[in-house]
Design a protein around this ligand. Structure first.
Ligand code: NAG
Ligand code: NAG
Length: 200
């Protein structure tokens, strides 16, 4: 019986964040009201401050753009969310990972420097991009938990191939990238963590 016990101990730390963060909200209507209020507040702030304001009227953007040093404080974006994803921390508590390579040649053994290599890792990561790039994925991008994809400051497009899948994971933030012209992938193996890949 030693085996099931150690199996349980191993699994529990992995599952604990899921229990904490995926519990349904107490009062969905209240969440909707808060979003409404945030939008109203941001709109009013924009009107009253006029052209001198850094405000856009978008409460999420207004939350980070007004900081001139936002590039030095990227993880503060995690506190800017509104609505049902408000508490998602993404890769806030992890390292910054810089994507330098737009290619996606091998979805089972992604190359370091690619977006796919970054998103499958087990550790939390705040993923940014070295330069403007268009990423044509070969297969869908299966994200692991506690990741932020942060395209602020550069122009990043994911297009022309399969796009992003977020399933059975928690704490994902995706901000400031363009995702369009997605095509169906599949009938292929795709890695979703350093230790697992599956048939899609
Ligand atoms: C917020 O709610 C009010 C009244 O319930 C409504 O008139 C208004 O259009 C809503 N605002 C937004 C931004 O959804
Ligand atoms: C909207 O502004 C009011 C007044 O400043 C503030 O009390 C309230 O917390 C704000 N609501 C949101 C959701 O930011």
């Amino acid at each position: 019986m030693a085996i099931p016990l150690s199996f349980f101990l191993l699994l529990f730390p992995l599952l604990a964040p899921t229990f904490v963060f995926s519990s349904p909200v107490q009062d969905p209507e209240q969440v909707v009201q808060q979003v409404n209020e945030s939008i109203r507040n941001a709109t009013m702030a924009r009107r009253s401050l006029g052209f001198l304001s850094c405000g856009t009227g978008n409460p999420i953007d207004d939350c980070w753009r007004c900081d001139h040093h936002w590039e030095k404080n990227r993880q503060k974006l995690a506190d800017c969310a509104i609505g049902f994803g408000k508490h998602a921390i993404g890769g806030r508590d992890g390292k910054i990972y810089v994507v330098t390579d737009p290619s996606d040649h091998d979805p089972v053994n992604p190359k370091p420097g690619t977006l796919r290599y970054a998103v499958i890792q087990d550790e939390p990561l705040w993923i940014i991009f070295a330069r403007d790039m268009t990423i044509k994925l070969k297969e869908e991008l299966l994200m692991n938990s506690f990741k932020t994809i942060d395209g602020r400051g550069v122009s990043v497009h994911i297009s022309g191939g399969p796009c992003i899948t977020v399933q059975y994971v928690t704490n994902i933030i995706i901000h400031g990238i363009n995702i369009h012209d997605c095509k169906r992938g599949g009938n292929a193996y795709v890695r979703d963590s350093p230790t697992h890949y599956g048939w899609r």
